[in-house]
Design a protein around this ligand. Structure first.
Ligand code: NDP
Length: 295
């Protein structure tokens, strides 16, 4: 059990855009905040706002009961914390890893932490830096619930919503990757659509209001598809794959007629055609989920 002084103190390792936002929110909430970054200089504005700048990761983690690490990926996390001198100092303290990476790497880091007597929570931040310290932040957490509840007051100072997804420490990373899958394929689609629109003399600003309309169509579809996928129901009279694949082919044709590569849409069309080839053309596009990973 950490003392009151340790609970009102936090260390942040990594001062990229996200680490700086996290440290800023902790300072704003009045926590004694110690910071460290591999490349010196990024701590300056935080120090002006009251942060303590540590000279090394071991000095940083020794200053607080809990350390939040938020860097590029787990290679960077390992380079900072998986050294004897840092692990020894972290012994009996808590490491909250808000760096994005894969579930397996989260589980591996948790095993390392357990071997060294370090409390370990893994998490993912689902919203941009500007949401940190505001109600709009979305944080996912996984790992021992008791440890999560112990550090919840510290996490709450970051604002937003915090969801504990379970004791499997890889679960936050698994949600993160599934959600980023949606985000990046959507962004790839939007970037591509703007290129096609530009080739037809339509500016991004002209298309944007209608693009947002596409965004608003999706939430109810997400709910319906989620139910159907979990229940193993794939039929769709209103928008069968045979119809979907035809509109995908139009996108590929127009893109390539303008000399714009259409690899992302070709991949989607290829999946749809695979379903049709298996006699599943009357199903909805979500049949793809079952083709990729059968129930
Ligand atoms: P980056 O992902 O670019 O991470 C930058 C930080 O990583 C810097 O502190 C950098 O140190 C450090 N770093 C990189 N390589 C190493 C290394 N080998 N050893 C030590 N430190 C290293 O920027 P962000 O701060 O934006 O992101 C941090 C995490 O937050 C990422 O996992 C990201 O996916 C996640 N995230 C970010 C969001 C955002 O909007 N920015 C939104 C949601 C999640 P140095 O300054 O020395 O290079």
């Amino acid at each position: 059990m950490t003392s009151h002084a340790e609970q009102s103190a936090v260390t942040v390792l990594g001062l990229g855009p996200m680490g700086r936002a996290l440290a800023g929110a902790f300072l704003e909430a009045g926590l004694r905040t110690t910071v460290w970054n591999r490349t010196p200089g990024k701590e300056q504005d935080l120090v002006e706002r009251g942060a303590i700048s540590a000279r090394s990761p071991e000095e940083a983690v020794g200053a607080s009961g809990a350390t939040v690490v938020c860097v590029l990926n787990y290679d960077a996390v390992n380079a900072i914390v998986r050294r004897d001198v840092v692990a020894d100092t972290l012994h009996g303290r808590t490491l909250v890893n808000l760096t994005a990476d894969t579930p397996d790497r989260a589980r591996d880091t948790a095993s390392w932490a357990a071997e060294h007597g370090i409390g370990y929570l893994d998490g993912a931040i689902m919203t941009p830096t500007t949401t940190i310290g505001t109600p709009a932040g979305v944080f996912l957490h996984s790992g021992p619930e008791k440890l999560y509840l112990e550090h919840r007051p510290m996490l709450d100072t970051l604002g937003g919503t915090h969801t504990h997804l379970g004791e499997d420490v890889g679960r936050a990373a698994a949600y993160d990757i599934a959600l980023l899958d949606i985000f990046w394929t959507a962004m790839a689609g939007y970037a591509h659509a703007l290129a096609v629109a530009r080739a037809e003399g339509i500016t991004a600003r002209e298309l944007a209001p209608f693009a947002k309309g596409i965004g608003t169509i999706l939430p109810p579809i997400f709910d319906e598809v989620a139910k159907d996928v979990d229940d193993g129901r794939f039929s769709d009279d209103i928008n069968p794959i045979t119809s979907a694949v035809s509109s995908m082919a139009h996108i590929v044709h127009l893109s390539e007629a303008h000399g714009i590569e259409a690899g992302v849409m070709r991949a989607a069309e290829g999946l749809a055609r695979r379903a049709i080839g298996r006699g599943l053309g009357t199903d909805g596009f979500h049949r793809i989920t079952d083709l990729l990973n059968p129930l």
